[in-house]
Design a protein around this ligand. Sequence first.
Ligand code: MG
Length: 372
Amino acid sequence: MQIDAVEIFQVAMHLNAPWRTAYGEDATVETVLLRMHSGARSAWGETCPLASPTYSAEWAGGVFSVLRDWLAPAAVGRSFSSGEALAAELARFKGNPFAKAALDNAWWALAAELAGQPLHRFLGGRRDVVEVGEDFGVQDSIDTLLAQVGAAYAAGYARVKLKFRPGWGLEMLRAVRNEFPTQRMHIDLNGSATWEQSEMLTRLDDFHLEMIEQPMSGDDLIDHARLQSMLRTPLCLDESITSLARAEQAIDMGSCRWINLKPARVGGLTQAVAIHEACRAAGIGCWVGGMLESAVGARIALALATLENCTYPADLFSSSKFYSEDLADLPVVVETGPSGGRQLRCLDASGLGCSPDPERLARGTLAHAVCE
Ligand code: MG
């Protein structure tokens, strides 16, 4: 497929409510959208590294610059017959998986569009609907959290995920487990613990969690392997998995039994599918998460979640959870399935099936570049 031109947009999206993280509160999410042109046809990709280098080393302004100055010029005017061929061309640029994902995801969306197939089918997905879970961060009180978790189970969410932080840890978890003794749940530490806390971490076995997500640093695989050998509860790695090579090392060392696959974090769908295959061969489960992206990026992640070895409910949400108006022309809406479970349905349209609304894109654009 010939890449004739790409347009790159750094965009601010206003949240319904400030998003509380370990480093403060954000009123907006910054994302990067990329439109890839081949002849008269085009398609969109998205990568959402957030506004500051706090989830990973990448950030939206940096991703925009790397794409404009290095990655897009290397891809435009060339023809790539596969995502692997595009990745091989970009491999001489070190790191920057979020930036590479913008091109890779757009390549897949455009290739599916040209093939006349929905992206998830083109990718090899086996189903049209994906079961989803619900997530809860730090709340004002444990009573507030208990009410929200109860409402999520009652609404049909198959599992909940709880953020676990200093000051919002064992006591919070004990209260939730007491109230909901058998329901499926797991916790996400976002790398906030250290090896010095390994004794506390082994006590988490008492809570019969589905998994413990990213307990220690995103740089680490070794301490996670040591911790997994001390725990019955499976560990799940998220921030630590940045490429196929890292995933293969984690699998070889026994660092985890689950991988949370975010396509943007690993360089796009090409690497994400390769990691999915490596996990399947090793008996390691996968599940898909999002990054507060618009419905364009959410539909890319949703397509990935239809692959066979994605067996745990996804971290993908209705657009309305974060945005009063999604940047895309078609929002993502969680629906109730025939057995009462909450799910997301893939669109029955060729390619991605949605694109940014032109007026909303123009309003939110912070920076724009064209490479042709
Ligand atoms: Mg996580």
